[in-house]
Design a protein around this ligand. Structure first.
Ligand SMILES: [Zn+2]
Ligand SMILES: [Zn+2]
Ligand SMILES: [Zn+2]
Length: 136
């Protein structure tokens, strides 16, 4: 069993060629990517199929989405222990110069007590600044 097959079966995702291809790519890249970048990397694949695969991965706790202030969405791999509830929520850093988004996954977003009657679906934290590469 390959590492790809192992992750998919751990997360209870049925193995298909597209899912294997995408996950392989994500593991190689190790940085957040957008739908357009994926489309360019898989010119033969149908946009809808890529999008659906991403949604499935997101629902199963394999990847998470990151929204920047322009409302663009990027996807990044989750930690291995992540679940469908996305218990691995962490801040994201966006570089104002190169626009690269990075997972700051050694930090944890603190639990927030909301007023009674409010139901949290997602908490996002985006930190803007200059990344270490751009400061050199
Ligand atoms: Zn997650
Ligand atoms: Zn940068
Ligand atoms: Zn992240």
């Amino acid at each position: 069993m390959t590492i790809i097959e192992k992750i998919l079966s751990q997360k209870a995702v049925r193995i298909t060629p597209m899912r294997q291809l995408l996950l392989e790519y994500l593991l190689q890249e190790q940085k957040p990517f957008g739908l357009t970048e994926l489309e360019n990397s898989f010119p033969k694949a149908d946009r809808t199929t890529i999008y659906r695969t991403l949604k499935t991965f997101e629902e199963k706790g394999i990847i998470h989405s990151i929204y920047n202030k322009l409302g663009e969405v990027k996807y990044a791999l989750c930690k291995e222990h992540c679940t469908t509830e996305h218990i691995d929520q962490h801040p994201h850093f966006q570089c104002e110069q190169c626009k690269q988004v990075t997972c700051i996954d050694n930090l944890v977003i603190p639990k927030m007590e909301l007023p009674k009657g409010y139901l949290v679906q997602e908490i996002t934290m985006l930190i803007k600044g200059i990344c270490s590469d751009c400061q050199q």
